[in-house]
Design a protein around this ligand. Structure first.
Ligand SMILES: [Mn+2]
Length: 357
């Protein structure tokens, strides 16, 4: 079991607008700052800076407004940063063409989408006419791997604070072994530092006992959060050989399994972990492990900073793309803006990568 250390780096959301060029610089500086703290070397930091700058410039030039989200992660000894550029502008008409032309506004030859794709381990774009554009670029700390050695971090997660807050009251984590992968999403009551304290304590307890059952983990967290505000928490465990997901949820975390075009919501109980929980009820759901290019089932979990109406089905072709791209689009389109917002989408691990379109 390798606990996820992603909570040690805060996700960053930087709004981008055409009329404020300083925001692109801000996005680039934040990315470099976080990358430096994570151990990116100088060359890698330079490449990260190019990707973030290009992505931000593309938003400003083609959509007028949007946002850059920086989501650093550490998984099984690897580290990376997922860069998302999200807008609701007119969309890109011909994506293949855009890659060839060097869809760029930096004015420098060779620094368009094609160059970004070469620098990133994965780079994917989803664009719909009048539905906006979402770009996902994954930059690995140690540099790109050969195509036959794909990065196994086959998921995406975004966790950003309530606008104006410096810390996020939501937290998430995961742990992975050959037999199973287990995920937790925690939403500390309210927002701000006291919410963050509750959710981060939940993650700390999870990371100390990731091999336990979901019920046991939630019970331990319940006992450990009594001195905090409390939290809504859900734990989902994918058992790979058995093809099932065991799920225990308390409070307003939404979770669903998407298989072959259909979304199945999982059931959470009422209550507040740390304060009042009637019962830790476990529910089991079928899971389909993907193979040979078939993505199989997808797990989606999110806090109530996103509306529970979110549906993958409304985006043609999106379910076959990288889970991080799905995460980004659902975050962009279903965020409520009145709370911390956290969403993760995973295809169960290990997973694909290296796709560049
Ligand atoms: Mn919330």
């Amino acid at each position: 079991m390798y606990p996820m250390e992603v909570v040690s780096y805060q996700n960053q959301m930087i709004p981008i607008r055409t009329n404020d060029p300083s925001q692109t610089g801000q996005a680039r500086r934040r990315a470099v700052e976080i990358g430096k703290a994570m151990g990116f070397n100088k060359a890698r930091l330079g490449e990260l800076a190019i990707i973030v700058t290009e992505a931000a410039n593309n938003i400003a030039a083609h959509a007028g407004a949007g946002e850059i989200v920086l989501a650093p992660w550490v998984f099984e000894g690897r580290a990376g940063m997922d860069v998302f550029a999200l807008d609701r502008g007119p969309g890109i008409g011909d994506i293949d063409q855009a890659f060839e032309d060097g869809y760029s506004t930096a004015g420098t030859a060779g620094e368009g989408l094609g160059a970004m794709a070469r620098l990133a381990e994965s780079l994917q774009i989803y664009s719909a006419p009048n539905g906006g554009t979402a770009l996902f670029a994954r930059v690995l700390c140690e540099g790109n791997k050969p195509a036959n050695e794909l990065n196994p971090y086959g998921m995406g997660a975004i966790s950003v604070p309530y606008p104006g807050e410096l810390v996020c009251g939501d937290s998430w984590s995961m742990s992975h072994s050959e037999a199973r992968t287990i995920y937790i999403v925690a939403d500390g009551l309210g927002h701000g530092p006291l919410a963050a304290e509750a959710s981060q304590e939940a993650i700390r307890i999870f990371q100390s006992i990731p091999e336990q059952s979901p019920e046991r983990i939630l019970m331990e967290i319940h006992n450990g959060l009594t001195h905090t505000r409390g939290a809504a928490i859900a734990v989902a465990e994918i058992l790979h050989a058995k093809n099932i997901v065991n799920y225990v949820g308390v409070g307003n975390i939404s979770a669903a399994i998407y298989t072959s075009g259909k979304t199945r919501n999982m059931v959470s109980m009422d209550g507040t972990v740390g304060h009042s929980v009637a019962k830790f009820q476990r529910w089991s759901y079928p899971w389909h492990t993907g193979k040979n290019g078939d993505k199989g089932s997808l797990l989606m979990m999110h806090s109530d900073g996103l509306t529970s109406r979110l549906r993958l089905e409304q985006y043609p072709g999106l379910a076959s793309r990288h889970p991080a791209l799905m995460t980004a689009i659902l975050y962009r389109d279903f965020r409520r803006w009145n709370d911390d917002a956290t969403i993760l989408v995973s295809q169960g691990l290990p997973a694909s990568g290296g796709e560049k379109r």
